[in-house]
Structure formats: structure tokens, C-alpha cells
Design a protein around this ligand. Sequence first.
Ligand code: ADP
Ligand code: MG
Length: 334
Amino acid sequence: MRRSHIGEFELIQRLRQATRVPRALRGSVVAGIGDDAAILRLRPGRVLLATTDLLAEHVHFDLTCTPYRQLGYKAAMANFSDIAAMGGIPRFVLIALALTPRESPRDVEALYAGVHAACRRADVALVGGDTSASRRDLFLTVVVLGEAAPREVLRRSTAHAGDHLYVTGTVGDAQAGLELLQARKRASSYLTGRHLAPTARLREARLLAENRLASAAIDLSDGLAGDVRHICEESGVGCLLDARKFPLSPALLIHARSRRRDPIAYALSGGEDYELLFAVPPPKVRRVEALIRRRQLRATAIGRILPASQGLRIIGTNGSVRPMAAKGYEHRVG
Ligand code: ADP
Ligand code: MG
């Protein structure tokens, strides 16, 4: 494939060095980078989960406030999060790049160092990709393959009226972090870190999937309002969220106050938290609550699934119930 000023062959040689398959995965990667296609082995009886994201410069990320390393890390982690939201284990990643004349070999190495850091945290192997050129904007496509036992898979479409809604971690932090980065302020490294280097909730997802504790799940990429709507639409149900219960970090509260904004707005429409939103059937609630008490699961109950006729509603911080606005969130990585 045609490339700009780094020879493609040389690039691939470097990648092979920089991205050796971790020992634990050698059994499943029969052939990785170097042949026409990777040869991968799944564990017996597992289904393959496949997901991809295409990230375009100036649409999804801005290199003036996102270093290459973080771009690579985050692109990989966001796809791991999609596999986690399905109750699966991410195993393999492929990266396709359209590089501009501006990217130096060092930039590409930084990008792969980020991908590699994400892969190390999640025990994922880089097994292939493609390299091409672009005249002006950088394009980055990530493909992640994961696996799950068929009965453990978590869908968006299987929530039922009466289920309890939980969310992991805290919500709204990534949006606040992005605002700080755009304002060139590092007032909170916690918040900027939540934007630049999110952590997919892989362990939490496995715990829920293995113990069959959740009826449905999604990862938060658009904010609670948008993502709970996905679950409700796919499952044909309504919901009642309680904003008074939203898990908000101290750093977010300080940030929102300094901008004279309602912190709940960050939780509802802030993007890219990569927390898990999941529904728990009533007979499983006691077990989930016990896991939370024992600190084996960091999650908070934030509402219930209701029949579709009830629509999507929210109890505000003043206790009044109102319909939930479909506030979208425009994607930007950095
Ligand atoms: P083809 O022409 O068959 O697409 P390439 O020369 O593009 O083959 O790729 C050769 C090998 O290098 C393949 O195994 C491919 O997966 C890998 N590869 C190419 N580009 C990348 C990349 N940007 N990241 C990771 N692996 C890559
Ligand atoms: Mg190719």
C-alpha cells in the first residue's frame, strides 16, 4: 500500500518488534503480523465478538490537545469497552492507519505505544492492520475481536420492566476533563486523565457476565441520557432515573461549580466515560448489592426499568419528575 515518508515495510518491521504477542496469548495467535491474514484460535464453545471504530482527525480527535500516545491508547480502550459491554473478553486488535506527511516515525511509534499500553492492561494481542496515506487528515481504524460464552453475552435489548439500573464508577468526568484540556487548564489531572486515558470496565463486566447478574448492558459513550435511551429503545421499555443518586466525583462537583453548571448535565450528556450501565433483575439485586458492599464491584443504583408506556423520565435533584430530554453528545476524542 502507498505510504508517505516512512516506508511501509520498515514500519511493519518496527511494529513487530514493538508489539510482540504476550506470552499468555501465544497459544491463540497462530500467526499475527506478517502474513496476509492473522490466524487466531478461540477457546472451544465461545462466540466471537467483533467491533470497530473509525476515528477521523478534526471530527473525533484534535491533535492539538491529544498526544499520539493517548490517541492510540484511547482508540484501543474504547473498543475494549464495547467488548466489555457485551460481557466478553477482548483478545485481538487490528489497526488501520491513513498517515499524513506530517506524521513522523516517532509519532507513529507513540501511537502504537499507546495501543500497546492499552493491550497490556487488557491482555490483548495486536495481530494485524493496514497502512495507507492521507493527504491532510489522519484516519485511524481499530478493530477488536473478543470472545464470550454464548450464555454470558450481555445485550442492549434484553432489559425488562422492574429491573434495577446500575452504573459503574462515576459519570460526567470525561466531559469535564475535555473542557479543561480545551481551555488549556490542568486544574484537575484526575478529570483530564478520565478523558485522555479511560479504563474499560473489563473486570466488572466479567463479574456480571460470569455470574449472570445483569439482564442488559451498554458502555457509556454518549452520557447517561443517550445511552439509557439505547437500552430502552432496543428493549422496548421505559425508565425512571434518579439524578439524586448519580455517582459524581468530587472533582466534577468542583469543576461544575466553577463553571456555574449543573453537574447532573455532565452526567446526562457528557460523553466518553466508558462506564458500564447495566440492568439487574430483582432476584439478582441482593447479590449485586452484596458485591458492592464488599467492594468487589464499584457500582451505584441510579433508577429502574419501567414499562414502555411510562416513557423515559428522571427525578431531578429537587425531587420533581420530568421527561428526560434526548440530549445528544457530539463526539470528540480530544
Ligand atoms: P496486504 O498488502 O496483504 O494488506 P500489508 O503489506 O498491508 O499486506 O501488511 C503486511 C502485514 O503487516 C499484515 O500481516 C498486516 O496485518 C500487517 N500490518 C500492516 N499495516 C499494519 C499496521 N498499521 N498495524 C499493524 N499491522 C499492520
Ligand atoms: Mg495492507
